[in-house]
Design a protein around this ligand. Structure first.
Ligand SMILES: C/C(=C\CNc1ncnc2c1ncn2[C@@H]1O[C@H](COP(=O)(O)O)[C@@H](O)[C@H]1O)CO
Length: 239
């Protein structure tokens, strides 16, 4: 910069001067730095986790529900199979899976999300990270797990399932197993996918098979252990 372009003060001066207005903190460029920080923190915390599975399911499952008990058992079976367990770190099924993971001696991970109401990580999380942004958090579930085990859930759970299956379908991620647990619970959705979505030509033959359905918790874990869905990324297009 020359002439009138040269600022009257130095950058150091401006940094060290009084605080002034703070509304710049809420601008998009500043948000980009926060988003970047979430990726840096997530990658840093999880880089050495080792083999892991993500377990999803309802935040509303009460502790006296049979699904809570199944969540605990699933977390424990995953732990005994040598996996760390990653959940959303919240209540309900997430808490159950983290509890089972701890009982089974695995690293119990919770990727929490900032919500408009008080939430916080459940007490069975040993390695916890809190995210502001769903999309940064979702990257961690996909990047650091061998596959997804999905107990019954609502919109949040469905969002996680369909994000994963879309990434696999479009070849944006190495394909990996997605196991839906609870035949009675998920059959209606799979029937609709088959009779409306596939029949309407909205997905290809075979796309439904990207979702595996079972009631058998041990078989679900075995499916991931076998690495059934793992497909190497296209070497010709490594990006
Ligand atoms: C609803 C309540 C708390 C919500 N707290 C959550 N904490 C962490 N992760 C969450 C939370 N809510 C949703 N998620 C994510 O979505 C899935 C569960 O959503 P669903 O709509 O309940 O199926 C879960 O796998 C999380 O990753 C207070 O009860």
């Amino acid at each position: 910069m020359r002439g009138r372009q040269v600022p009257k003060t130095t950058t150091d001066q401006r940094l060290l001067d009084d605080r002034g207005r703070a509304d710049w903190l809420h601008t998009d460029p500043w948000r980009v730095l926060r988003i970047q920080a979430e990726f840096v923190e997530g990658f840093g915390a999880l880089a050495e986790l080792g083999p892991a599975v993500s377990i999803f399911g309802s935040a509303r499952t009460p502790a006296d529900s049979p699904w809570y008990a199944k969540g605990v058992e699933l977390g424990r079976l995953a732990a005994e199979a040598g996996f760390s367990v990653i959940t959303g770190g919240g209540p309900g099924t997430m808490e159950a899976a983290n509890r089972g993971a701890r009982e089974g001696g695995a690293t119990s991970v919770g990727l929490g999300i900032e919500l408009p109401f008080e939430a916080g990580l459940n007490p069975y999380v040993d390695l916890g990270i809190n995210f502001r942004y769903f999309f940064a958090r979702k990257t961690m579930f996909v990047k650091y797990s061998e596959g997804f085990l999905v107990l019954p859930g609502g919109y949040g759970t469905l969002d996680e399932v369909f994000e994963a299956v879309t990434l696999a379908q479009t070849g944006k991620v190495t394909s990996f197993p997605i196991v839906l647990i609870g035949v009675d619970y998920w059959t209606g959705l799979l029937d609709w996918l088959r009779h409306s979505v596939e029949a309407g030509g909205m997905i290809s033959d075979g796309d439904i098979d990207r979702l595996v359905l079972t009631d058998d918790l041990a078989a679900a874990v075995r499916h991931l252990k076998d690495g059934a869905g793992r497909v190497a990324p296209d070497e010709t297009n490594p990006e």
